[in-house]
Design a protein. Sequence first.
Length: 161
Amino acid sequence: MKLEEIKIQYEKYQRDEVSEDILELLKHAEEAVKRAYAPYSKFSVGAAVRLANGEIITGNNQENVAYPAGLCAERVALFYANAKYPDIPVTDLLVVAESGNQGITEMPVTPCGSCRQVMQETESRYHKHMRVILAGKEELWVFENGSQLLPLNFTEDFFTE
Protein backbone atom coordinates (compact mmCIF):
# COMPACT_ATOMS: atom_id res chain seq x y z
CA MET A 1 0.00 0.00 0.00
CA LYS A 2 1.10 3.52 -0.72
CA LEU A 3 -0.46 6.52 1.00
CA GLU A 4 -1.28 9.35 -1.41
CA GLU A 5 -2.25 12.90 -0.58
CA ILE A 6 -4.24 15.61 -2.32
CA LYS A 7 -3.57 19.18 -1.32
CA ILE A 8 -5.28 22.33 -2.49
CA GLN A 9 -4.05 25.85 -2.10
CA TYR A 10 -6.11 28.97 -1.82
CA GLU A 11 -5.59 32.58 -0.90
CA LYS A 12 -7.17 33.97 2.25
CA TYR A 13 -8.08 37.67 2.42
CA GLN A 14 -9.84 40.06 4.74
CA ARG A 15 -12.56 42.14 3.09
CA ASP A 16 -10.43 45.27 3.19
CA GLU A 17 -7.63 43.49 1.28
CA VAL A 18 -9.52 42.35 -1.83
CA SER A 19 -9.46 44.00 -5.25
CA GLU A 20 -12.23 46.18 -6.66
CA ASP A 21 -13.33 43.43 -9.08
CA ILE A 22 -13.93 41.06 -6.17
CA LEU A 23 -15.75 43.77 -4.19
CA GLU A 24 -18.02 44.34 -7.20
CA LEU A 25 -18.90 40.64 -7.35
CA LEU A 26 -19.40 40.58 -3.58
CA LYS A 27 -21.88 43.45 -3.81
CA HIS A 28 -23.91 41.59 -6.46
CA ALA A 29 -23.84 38.30 -4.52
CA GLU A 30 -24.93 40.04 -1.31
CA GLU A 31 -27.86 41.58 -3.19
CA ALA A 32 -28.75 38.16 -4.62
CA VAL A 33 -28.69 36.47 -1.20
CA LYS A 34 -31.46 38.83 -0.07
CA ARG A 35 -33.71 37.48 -2.85
CA ALA A 36 -33.14 33.78 -2.08
CA TYR A 37 -36.16 31.58 -1.49
CA ALA A 38 -35.23 29.59 1.62
CA PRO A 39 -38.35 29.30 3.81
CA TYR A 40 -37.48 25.81 5.08
CA SER A 41 -33.77 25.88 5.87
CA LYS A 42 -33.52 29.62 6.57
CA PHE A 43 -30.12 29.32 4.87
CA SER A 44 -29.86 31.77 1.97
CA VAL A 45 -27.08 31.69 -0.59
CA GLY A 46 -26.21 34.24 -3.26
CA ALA A 47 -23.84 33.83 -6.17
CA ALA A 48 -22.41 36.27 -8.69
CA VAL A 49 -20.77 35.15 -11.92
CA ARG A 50 -18.57 37.38 -14.08
CA LEU A 51 -18.30 36.49 -17.75
CA ALA A 52 -15.39 37.19 -20.07
CA ASN A 53 -17.42 40.01 -21.66
CA GLY A 54 -17.70 41.75 -18.25
CA GLU A 55 -21.37 40.88 -17.74
CA ILE A 56 -22.35 39.90 -14.17
CA ILE A 57 -25.08 37.32 -13.62
CA THR A 58 -26.49 36.52 -10.18
CA GLY A 59 -28.35 33.58 -8.72
CA ASN A 60 -29.66 32.45 -5.36
CA ASN A 61 -30.89 29.25 -3.84
CA GLN A 62 -34.47 28.27 -4.58
CA GLU A 63 -35.90 25.78 -2.11
CA ASN A 64 -38.89 23.50 -2.50
CA VAL A 65 -40.85 21.67 0.18
CA ALA A 66 -39.68 18.51 -1.63
CA TYR A 67 -36.00 19.24 -0.94
CA PRO A 68 -34.46 17.54 -3.98
CA ALA A 69 -36.53 19.79 -6.24
CA GLY A 70 -34.71 22.95 -5.14
CA LEU A 71 -31.55 24.36 -6.68
CA CYS A 72 -28.39 25.94 -5.25
CA ALA A 73 -27.34 29.53 -5.97
CA GLU A 74 -24.16 28.49 -7.75
CA ARG A 75 -26.01 26.34 -10.27
CA VAL A 76 -28.77 28.91 -10.77
CA ALA A 77 -26.15 31.55 -11.64
CA LEU A 78 -23.98 29.28 -13.81
CA PHE A 79 -26.91 27.77 -15.72
CA TYR A 80 -28.45 31.18 -16.33
CA ALA A 81 -25.10 32.58 -17.51
CA ASN A 82 -24.57 29.59 -19.81
CA ALA A 83 -28.13 29.85 -21.16
CA LYS A 84 -28.04 33.61 -21.76
CA TYR A 85 -24.46 33.76 -23.08
CA PRO A 86 -23.68 30.25 -24.38
CA ASP A 87 -20.45 31.29 -26.10
CA ILE A 88 -18.98 33.47 -23.33
CA PRO A 89 -16.73 31.81 -20.72
CA VAL A 90 -17.19 32.37 -17.00
CA THR A 91 -14.14 34.03 -15.43
CA ASP A 92 -15.23 34.33 -11.77
CA LEU A 93 -17.80 32.92 -9.36
CA LEU A 94 -18.37 34.41 -5.91
CA VAL A 95 -20.57 32.76 -3.26
CA VAL A 96 -21.89 34.22 0.00
CA ALA A 97 -24.46 32.89 2.50
CA GLU A 98 -26.73 34.06 5.31
CA SER A 99 -27.94 31.81 8.09
CA GLY A 100 -31.26 32.61 9.71
CA ASN A 101 -31.42 36.19 10.93
CA GLN A 102 -27.69 36.23 11.71
CA GLY A 103 -26.61 37.90 8.48
CA ILE A 104 -23.59 36.81 6.46
CA THR A 105 -22.02 33.62 7.80
CA GLU A 106 -18.87 34.06 9.86
CA MET A 107 -16.84 31.66 7.72
CA PRO A 108 -17.11 31.26 3.93
CA VAL A 109 -19.52 28.52 2.91
CA THR A 110 -18.29 25.87 0.50
CA PRO A 111 -20.40 24.66 -2.45
CA CYS A 112 -22.08 21.26 -2.40
CA GLY A 113 -20.74 18.41 -4.53
CA SER A 114 -23.27 18.93 -7.33
CA CYS A 115 -22.27 22.59 -7.63
CA ARG A 116 -18.61 21.66 -7.66
CA GLN A 117 -19.24 19.24 -10.51
CA VAL A 118 -21.12 21.93 -12.45
CA MET A 119 -18.19 24.32 -11.91
CA GLN A 120 -15.85 21.70 -13.34
CA GLU A 121 -18.15 21.16 -16.32
CA THR A 122 -18.33 24.91 -16.97
CA GLU A 123 -14.54 25.08 -17.01
CA SER A 124 -14.40 22.07 -19.31
CA ARG A 125 -17.09 23.50 -21.61
CA TYR A 126 -15.15 26.71 -22.23
CA HIS A 127 -11.64 25.25 -21.86
CA LYS A 128 -10.98 28.04 -19.35
CA HIS A 129 -10.58 28.11 -15.60
CA MET A 130 -12.80 30.30 -13.46
CA ARG A 131 -11.66 31.85 -10.21
CA VAL A 132 -13.89 30.83 -7.29
CA ILE A 133 -14.30 33.19 -4.34
CA LEU A 134 -16.05 32.09 -1.15
CA ALA A 135 -16.99 34.97 1.13
CA GLY A 136 -17.70 35.07 4.84
CA LYS A 137 -18.43 38.04 7.06
CA GLU A 138 -14.80 39.23 7.13
CA GLU A 139 -12.78 36.54 5.36
CA LEU A 140 -12.69 35.50 1.71
CA TRP A 141 -11.11 32.38 0.24
CA VAL A 142 -9.95 32.61 -3.38
CA PHE A 143 -9.32 29.51 -5.49
CA GLU A 144 -7.58 29.66 -8.88
CA ASN A 145 -10.23 27.42 -10.39
CA GLY A 146 -13.32 25.41 -9.63
CA SER A 147 -11.54 22.11 -10.16
CA GLN A 148 -9.51 22.77 -7.01
CA LEU A 149 -12.71 22.29 -5.02
CA LEU A 150 -13.29 18.88 -6.61
CA PRO A 151 -9.86 17.38 -7.28
CA LEU A 152 -11.22 13.92 -8.17
CA ASN A 153 -13.92 15.18 -10.50
CA PHE A 154 -15.88 13.19 -13.06
CA THR A 155 -14.88 14.22 -16.60
CA GLU A 156 -15.61 13.28 -20.18
CA ASP A 157 -12.32 11.35 -20.11
CA PHE A 158 -14.21 8.48 -18.45
CA PHE A 159 -16.33 7.95 -21.58
CA THR A 160 -14.95 5.75 -24.32
CA GLU A 161 -15.89 5.78 -27.97
